[in-house]
Design a binder for this molecule. Structure first.
Ligand code: NAP
Length: 240
């Protein structure tokens, strides 16, 4: 049974991704910064007959908590097939980079970007022990500089520019890591769920989580080892 760790899986798209991947026969660890919330989410899946899941405490901004989770996974399973860097925060309602406070900007980058880097660094030894390991970074259309500079760009995207910049940085991480890890047979890709109704956007998204999770699940299940350093969306690829 393949093993998958999803950060921020106690709710939203991460939780739904966990449900779908467990239903497909993987053993899924639901990362949660608050273990009680993760446990509650895992119990909900177990109550629905999905037993191949477990909660694990991970705050992606807390190096010690990630190290502890790595030690726990090492003793339980010894290797990890897929890491899904899903945990993120939205930041404030209006977050123009021209005015948003540096503390707030740093805090969004701390979770969405540095959080993904340190989780990846710490989990890499476990990924290296798997036969076909993958790293999936959950990104956003707003992180695409091509879309940000296109004439069709929605004007309200400026309201989320700090969040968007963290996802552009995350996409850069995808490309750099893919290049660094290609020879080690570790694939690294970005994927966007699309605009999905969750807490992140006060449930304004157009998609249901069951749809938002689909491109992430598809990537996690993919057997294509040549696909690395790419940015996927539902039904295709996105420009950087
Ligand atoms: P969500 O419902 O707000 O879920 C976010 C998850 O991340 C929660 O489990 C949250 O935990 C967790 N999290 C936040 N900070 C954390 C930290 N420091 N350590 C560990 N976990 C942390 O949002 P979502 O919409 O499902 O977002 C999932 C991913 O999809 C994110 O990467 C987001 O950027 C991306 N995305 C979403 C949309 C959309 O329209 N929803 C579109 C494009 C991309 P708590 O419950 O403890 O807060």
């Amino acid at each position: 049974m393949r093993t998958i760790l999803i950060t921020g899986a106690n709710k939203g798209i991460g939780f739904e991704t966990a449900r779908q991947l467990a239903q497909l026969g993987n053993f899924v660890y639901l990362g949660s910064r608050d273990l009680a919330n993760g446990q509650k989410a895992a119990d909900q899946l177990k109550a629905a007959g999905i037993s191949n899941v477990a909660a694990i405490q991970i705050d992606v901004t807390d190096t010690d908590s990630i190290r502890k989770a790595k030690t726990e996974l090492d003793s339980q399973i010894g290797s990890l097939d897929v890491l899904i860097n899903n945990a993120a925060i939205a930041g404030g309602q209006i977050q123009h980079m021209a005015e948003y406070s540096m503390d707030d900007i740093r805090s969004v980058f701390e979770t969405n970007y540095f959080g993904a880097i340190q989780t990846t660094q710490i989990m890499l030894p476990l990924l290296r022990k798997a036969s076909a390991p993958s790293i999936i970074n959950v990104s956003s259309e707003t992180g695409s500089l091509t879309m940000q500079t296109s004439a069709e760009r929605p004007p309200n995207w400026s309201n989320f520019s700090t969040y968007a910049a963290t996802k552009t940085a995350l996409n850069a991480l995808t490309v750099m890591l893919a290049n660094e890890l290609r020879e080690q047979n570790i694939t690294v890709n970005s994927v966007t769920p699309g605009y999905t109704a969750t807490d992140l956007n006060q449930f304004k998204g157009f998609k249901h989580v069951s749809e938002g999770a689909v491109p992430i699940v598809k990537l996690a299940m993919s057997a294509d080892r040549t696909a690395t350093g790419k940015f996927f969306k539902d039904g295709g690829e996105l420009p950087w």
